[in-house]
Each structure stands twice: as C-alpha cells, then as structure tokens.
Design a protein around this ligand. Structure first.
Ligand code: UD1
Length: 372
C-alpha cells in the first residue's frame, strides 16, 4: 500500500495532522509498514493560511508542493489536476487520501479516478443540500468516485446510501478535526493571544466569515455587519479576517459603529484559545460548528443550512441565517444566559485517525464501523 495524502486549503491541515501522526505511529509500532507521502496543492499559500498550521500542528513538511495558488474555480481545479497527474504517474500510489470538500479534494480525486488509483475520502457524506455552495458540488462528486468513505456522523451514511454508495465502502470513524482539537486544547491554553488582543475571558464574542454567499454579496455582508455592530455594543467582537472576506469588508469603508476588533487570520493554537475563551461564536465555517460543539461554546451559524446536522441536534450550534433580526435575537438570548444542553457526538473522542489507519490495514480494533 502506498498512499498519497493531499492537503490544499486551511481546513485540510487540522484534518490531515492526526492521520499523518497515526500513519507514522503505525509504522513505528508494527512490522507491516504503509508507504505514504504528503502533497500540498498550494491552494492556500499565505503564511497565515498555511505555514502557521504546519508549525502549530507539527505536520511534516509536504514532500511535494504543487504551488497552484489562487485562480477561478475552473483554472484552479485544472491546474491542480495537471500537476497532480504528473505526481501520480511518477509516484505510482495505490491509494490517494483526500479530506473535506475544497477544490483540491475533488481535483485530486478526479485525477486518481482516471488513473484507477483507489480514493479514500475522509469526512465523506456531509450534505447541505445547497448546490449553490461550491463545497457541496465537491462533496457529492468526490463521494461518487471514492472507494473508501470515512464518515464523521451518522447522517452521512443515509446521504451516501441515497446516492447509491454501497454500504461496505462506508466506515463511521468519528471526526479527525476533533482529534486535533482534543490533542491541542491544553497546549493552546498557553497562548498569550488574549492578552495581546486585550480580551477578557468570557467577555467577548468571536466572528468569522468567508463563504462566497455571505462575503461576495455586498448587501448580505452589510446586513451581517449591521447585526455584528449591534451585538458588539453589548459584547465586544473579535473578527479575524479571511483573505476572501477582506476585499469586501474593505469596501464597506470602515463603516462600523460598534466595538469590533479586526485582526489577521490566527494560527491554530491562538484561534483555539480565542474560541475557548469566548462567550459565543458567530461563523459561517463548517469546522467551527464542530469545534464549538466539543468545546461547549454556543455557536450561531450565519447560514440557512448546515451539512453537519449533528452539531444542531446534539451540539451547541444554532442556524441563524443572514437576517439581522434573528442574528441579534439569538445573540441576546445567549447574553441573557439562555443556552441549550449539549452533548459530544458519538465517536468524537480523539481516536478517529487511529480507526482510519486500522481500517486501512484491515485490522479494525473496537471500531464501530457501520459495515462491521
Ligand atoms: C476555500 C474553500 C472553502 C474553505 C475555505 C477555508 C473551495 C471551493 N473553498 O475557500 O471550502 O472553507 O477555503 O479558508 O475550495 N487567498 C489569499 N491567500 C491564500 C488563499 C487565498 O489571499 O492563502 C485569497 C485569494 O484572493 C483567493 C481567495 O482568497 O482568490 C479565495 O481563496 P480560495 O482558495 O479560492 O477559496 P476560499 O474562499 O479560501
């Protein structure tokens, strides 16, 4: 078995870190060794969107960096495909492993599929049922051509079966992003970021936005900022700015009356500390919905749907859409101390990557795979 692990964009890094770790440990402990390497497509390339995460999470330096950078979706996807095909032809992997739902995920999966290389998809089966989201297209297409599909929550099994994926390809292993969170929670507490940003534990909220549907449309962005302004009069807000959002926030002409502090994107450990210390989080990110659920921090998701329903059904997540009235109303409930009971979703216990490697070497130990 020779696996090429693929990463490309920021949310991929916290997912690949525990998998690389589990592969390394497997090879150290057992006689059967798996050959593996790491390819970075370069979809995200800024120091603060990429290198910082390799440093914080101690991910080994990629064996190959395709250096594709930013472009339109078609150009970016095509460029990754052209470069990744050459890597596959040279390295001759038996498998490629892709995570999540970014352009790098589908681009590399498509290349592998045409070369008859087996595809492993980690975080398969999540569905927002909103085909206007680029990620939804990436998810559906990647799952359709994957051979081994690792899922984080049970809703994914129904989604995949509905789309005709055979049950014996699906394995319920838990959530690798949560492996990373649990491993780094204590280390993150040492970060000095709250002092640096003059934040007082429990006395601020954190907001992040980057979805094209929210940040590319000036009318929606203004409506969201009107709500953030209003909330920030009662509770200061920290807003780490994603490069995509920056362009349009700058166009709002600093037209903010509230108490919002903007900062550059934060590294993993600093952001984990900021999130853990906050009263609540407002976001349109997928991963943050999961992380806040495990941290027990209320999360208001500024979207009309989520591909991660377990965070709403069992966790701390509330979908608030993009209208000011609802966003402010839900924030006020939290400020009045009205929060819900929450529990940690099944198998989000820090061992997902170990289960993945166990299944890949076909010796599932205590693994609750759906097809076992
Ligand atoms: C991508 C993913 C999204 C994920 C997000 C996390 C797709 C379709 N989208 O969205 O699912 O939630 O990453 O961040 O794959 N840019 C920089 N520096 C960088 C990277 C990007 O300045 O290191 C700027 C560029 O102007 C670029 C824009 O950000 O055009 C958007 O980057 P891109 O990778 O296309 O998509 P994201 O919006 O980051």
């Amino acid at each position: 078995m020779k696996i090429i692990n693929v990463v490309g964009a920021r949310p991929n890094f916290m997912k690949i870190a525990p998998i690389m770790d589990a592969l390394m440990k497997h090879n150290q402990l057992l006689t059967s060794s798996i050959k593996y390497m790491l390819v970075h497509t370069g979809q995200h390339y800024d120091e603060k969107m990429s290198k910082l995460f390799f440093d914080d999470l101690r991910i080994p330096k990629p064996d190959i960096d395709l250096g594709v950078g930013s472009a339109s979706h078609a150009e970016q996807t095509a460029e990754i495909m052209k470069k990744f095909e050459k890597v596959c032809l040279r390295e001759k992997p038996t498998h490629i492993l892709v995570v999540g739902d970014v352009n790098s995920t589908i681009a590399c999966a498509l290349v592998a599929s045409k070369l008859s290389i087996k595809i492993i998809h980690v975080e398969a089966g999540l569905r927002s049922f909103d085909r206007s989201m680029p990620e939804e297209i990436n998810r559906v297409l990647t799952d359709a051509i994957s051979d081994i599909l690792f899922i984080t929550e049970k809703s994914a099994e129904q989604n995949l079966k509905r789309e005709g994926v055979s049950k014996d390809k699906i394995f319920f292993v838990g959530n690798v992003m949560i492996d990373t969170l649990l491993k780094h929670k204590e280390i993150a507490e040492k970060s000095d970021i709250l002092n640096e940003l003059h934040l007082e534990r429990q006395n601020y909220a954190v907001a992040t936005l980057h979805r094209p549907s929210n940040v590319d449309d000036p009318v929606i962005l203004r409506e969201i900022f009107n709500s953030l302004n209003e909330i920030s009069i009662k509770l200061p807000i920290l807003f780490p700015v994603h490069p995509r959002a920056k362009i349009n926030i700058d166009k709002l002409n600093g037209d903010f009356i509230g108490n919002i502090t903007f900062c550059d994107p934060l590294g993993y450990l600093d952001f984990l500390k900021v999130m853990s210390g906050s009263r609540f989080v407002l976001t349109d990110s997928g991963g943050i919905q999961e992380e806040t659920t495990v941290l027990g921090i209320p999360c208001l998701t500024i979207r009309n749907n989520t591909e991660r329903p377990v965070t709403v059904l069992q966790g701390t997540n509330i979908l608030v859409g993009t209208k000011k009235e609802i966003i402010v109303q839900e924030a006020e409930k939290i400020l009045k101390g009205i929060t819900r009971e929450n529990k940690i979703p099944e198998l989000w216990d820090g061992k997902a990557a170990e289960r993945i490697v166990d299944i890949l070497v076909s010796s599932p130990k205590e693994t609750k795979s759906l097809n076992a």
